[in-house]
Write a protein that binds this ligand. Sequence first.
Ligand code: CA
Length: 421
Amino acid sequence: MIQSVFFDMDGTLFDSMPHHAQAWEEVMKRYQFDFTAKDVYLQEGRTGPDVITECYKRKYGVAPDKDWVWSLYKEKTEAFAHRGETYPIEGVAEVLQELQRQGISAWVVTGSAQDTLFAHLDHCFPGSFVRERMITAYDVEHGKPDPEPYLKAWERSGLRKEECIVVENAPLGVVSAKAAGLFTVAVNTGILERKDFQSVGADLILDNMEQLLVFFRVMAHIGKNVFPYYSTFDKGHNMEHVRKVIDESLVLARQYDADGIMAYTIAAYHDLGLRVNRAEHHLYSGAYIREDDALRQWFTPEQIEIMAQAAEDHRASAKSEPRSIYGKIVAEADRDISPETILCRTIQYGLKNYPELSAEEHFERAYEHMLNKYAEGGYIRLWLHSKRNEEGLRHLREIIADRELLRSICLRYYAEETASR
Ligand code: CA
């Protein structure tokens, strides 16, 4: 369960980016640098002096004088101050209230160094922040995109990484948070496009704070009402499994521009039908989605139907193609195509169904199955370009091409499986 959320400040809590962009443009123009508003957003997260140094290097090929950098940065700070007060991002106050209600603590992780920062935060979001839960420019040696700011917050929190989430609005902020190994939500509050966040690996890309509020509510609901069942399922369908399916679903949702919150929800429910039985669990998982009243607060009837069908389709065989991109996402995310798993399962299946076969015969049976299904021209079909699964398949094909290697692996699994019987 999530215990802490680390918020970036400019552009995430405060709508200060337009003012920053105008101030940068004004000052950079004064010195004939080519620096647009879009550059400001793409560079966001870096310290001011770093931005100026990079810009100068790009134009002149040498590093600028440090005093000159600081004097220019002072001009920019003054230009920013002239633009007056900045206000909270629309909808962020409701997100912070929701976190308070859930008992999740909010942190600020910013490259800013204003002395009045805490007073301003407390004024705008009363009760949400405490001084100890702030990482500012004073706390770190290297600013974003270095992981240090987020690592500092995580260390100070004393939590496990999976108990923390980062909320960022800037690509370089996402780079910093991902390098720190944290789950990162990008909320695109500015002028950038989705692809600017896809390329840096944001786990979830949202358009606004209303969607972030929905995500936190959906997560709380699932954490309380869905995940606990997974601890009652077998090893192949436990919490570790569902986490893996969620992670890969989010990777694919990002890659295929699908709704990340829907992909998350489908993955979370995809094996829930095991509560009823194994053979038809995919159908029951779909039914649980359709019958869950809580989901209707956050999803349209059409979205719920798509999610239910996707859960039903998650065991898609080579013959039945999932009905939507969401079905393909969860089917691919659920697939484990690593050679170890495939070969071990094939031997296990053989032992269960053909116990009379010798070790060599088990290998021959497995080899035949590999040629039919997984070798080049075999009947396996991947529904999407999942990097993870394509790599697994490539690795498996290398083994299939080497009959002796395949034989030795199969005989090893045979020995291991029969030894434990
Ligand atoms: Ca920011």
